[in-house]
Design a protein around this ligand. Structure first.
Ligand SMILES: Nc1ncnc2c1ncn2[C@@H]1O[C@H](COP(=O)(O)OP(=O)(O)O[C@H]2O[C@H](CO)[C@@H](O)[C@H](O)[C@H]2O)[C@@H](O)[C@H]1O
Length: 491
């Protein structure tokens, strides 16, 4: 099959979070399975150009209709760790992708509506006719709408769309201007409940809803979150739309790219290890301590890696730091916040804890350091409010770092409590789970984990090995996506 992935991120060249990991990892898995995969991405000024090989201009004169005129674009092609990527660079006063950051601009809806339109225009004009177009998140929600309402009649008549939702919270809310910009026009047609009209605000359009309504298949990134999105408020108002389209909606658990995340040959960690020489993991702990100027001692090291956002349960992350320190553990946090209040809160904490030899808060995005933290930590906390899938717990498992998670979304599909899990025998359990959002709940799980580390090192080691034995590679999810593609292709 010929598959084109269209997304706003692809790790490591463009990565703000887990979306980038998934787009890259899935593409690689599909290629291993013998499919032809290409990616279409925005050409941001701030992406990691050092991860692109052989960047050259592939298509010079792409004119993308926009409002009454057209915007001139160049399309560059290059290889990102083996994947063929096309980067769209518009030349206009809007400077859509030259903002020094990927998201968070006031005109984000216009930037990504333009990207969706430009990606289709590129397929059309360069005569690319993929079997499957795979779109991700709100940024490309408008793409299936444009495909099936316009481009289908211009030459892209045989393409099928799989649409993956990584986060229901961000849906792409826009006004009618987007219809006029993209040439969809017909306001009364799109402003209806069964098309793009937002379920809360009748005067707004919702890109993600468009993606759900128009795509041939829609999924979120774990089976449990698929259930939550339909039956709880975690669908952020789209529950009923999913109900109406339930025949084409499901949950496919994310994989982890074990080529990138592998303690046996990770180029960002100084000491490689596997279950056979697990004793070498502690050398990475030492290296991490040296790098972050933490005291060398006989203490467990707890980590958090992730966006500092309400989604991630920041109040519990904050509490986890002090609870760990009080219990005689060390704590390392790597995270970045986009929201001002959370940002200043954690900067304040960083300042406050600056001289503490047992704690380090690294505020910012640092891919290389994240690898060393996964390798050096003993435990990783993921106390999310909601979590469509979550990758830090599955990466942690791979690195022998025991996860302590809240039982929501994909966390529930991947982590099984050592002390009580009705569905898993003890030898298949791999971490600690708590359910409520209060401090006591977090403490009950962290307390049990730290007690095991301190008092029963042999049992802790057993738990680590059970975690490392779990298979969260792309193998299973890859097969499921291929199944979906085959299914919609022949419909
Ligand atoms: N400051 C930092 N420095 C370096 N690396 C950092 C970092 N902060 C995060 N990362 C890395 O980014 C990834 C985050 O993965 P998550 O699953 O937490 O994704 P996120 O919530 O962004 O995305 C959404 O999409 C993904 C993919 O579908 C879902 O798993 C998830 O539930 C959903 O919320 C991991 O690879 C992590 O190591």
């Amino acid at each position: 099959m010929y598959v084109v992935q269209i997304a706003s991120e692809c790790a490591p060249v463009i990565k703000a979070g887990g979306l980038g990991d998934v787009v890259y990892g899935l593409s690689r898995e599909l290629e291993i399975r013998g499919h032809c995969v290409e990616l279409i991405l925005p050409m941001y000024d701030c992406m990691r150009y050092d991860h692109i090989w052989g960047l050259h201009d592939a298509y010079r004169d792409l004119w993308v209709p926009w409002f009454g005129g057209a915007i001139h674009c160049s399309v560059f092609c290059g290889w990102v760790h083996g994947r063929v990527c096309f980067f769209i660079q518009p030349h206009s006063g809007d400077n859509f992708f030259n903002r020094g950051r990927y998201y968070g601009e006031l005109d984000d809806h216009m930037r990504f509506a333009f990207f969706s339109k430009a990606a289709l225009e590129f397929l059309l004009q360069s005569n690319k006719r993929p079997d499957i177009i795979h779109c991700h998140d709100w940024q490309t929600g408008l793409l299936p709408v444009l495909l099936f309402e316009m481009y289908k009649y211009n030459g892209l008549w045989n393409q099928r769309v799989c649409y993956t939702i990584h986060n229901f919270k961000h849906q792409g809310i826009a006004g009618a201007d987007v219809l006029w910009a993209t040439g969809l026009n017909r306001e009364p047609y799109y402003f209806t409940y069964d098309r793009l009209q937002d379920n809360f605000n009748p005067f707004a359009l919702n890109f993600m809803k468009g993606g759900i309504v128009y795509s041939n298949y829609v999924n979120t990134v774990s089976p449990h979150h698929a259930w939550e999105a339909r039956y709880t408020d975690i669908g952020y108002g789209l529950g009923h739309t999913l109900e109406l389209h339930q025949h084409k909606f499901g949950g496919i658990l994310n994989g982890v790219d074990y080529e990138v995340w592998n303690p046996e040959d990770d180029r960002y960690i100084p000491y490689h290890y596997s279950p056979e020489n697990l004793q070498d993991k502690v050398l990475n702990k030492k290296a991490l301590r040296e790098r972050l100027l933490l005291e060398e001692s006989d203490k467990p090291l707890v980590a958090f890696i992730g966006r500092l956002d309400q989604q991630k349960g920041v109040h519990l992350v904050h509490h986890a730091i002090y609870y760990a320190l009080n219990k005689g553990a060390q704590f390392v946090l790597l995270g970045s916040a986009t929201e001002g209040g959370i940002n200043s809160w954690f900067h304040h904490e960083k300042h406050h804890l600056n001289d503490n030899p047992n704690c380090h808060l690294e505020l910012g995005f640092n891919e290389e350091l994240s690898h060393l933290i996964y390798a050096g930590a003993d435990l990783i906390v993921v106390p999310s409010n909601y979590e469509p899938c979550g990758l830090t717990q599955t990466i942690g498992l791979r690195y022998g770092t025991v996860p302590i998670v809240r039982g929501v979304g994909g966390l529930l599909n991947t982590v099984f409590d050592r002390d009580h899990d009705p569905n898993k025998p003890p030898e298949e359990r791999n971490g600690y789970v708590f359910y409520q959002t209060d401090f006591n709940a977090l403490e009950s799980a962290m307390g049990r984990a730290l007690d095991l580390w301190f008092n029963e090192p042999e049992e802790f080691r057993k738990l680590v090995l059970q975690g490392m034995a779990c298979d969260y590679s792309w193998n299973n999810p890859g097969a499921q996506y291929v199944g979906v593609y085959e299914h919609i292709r022949h419909k």
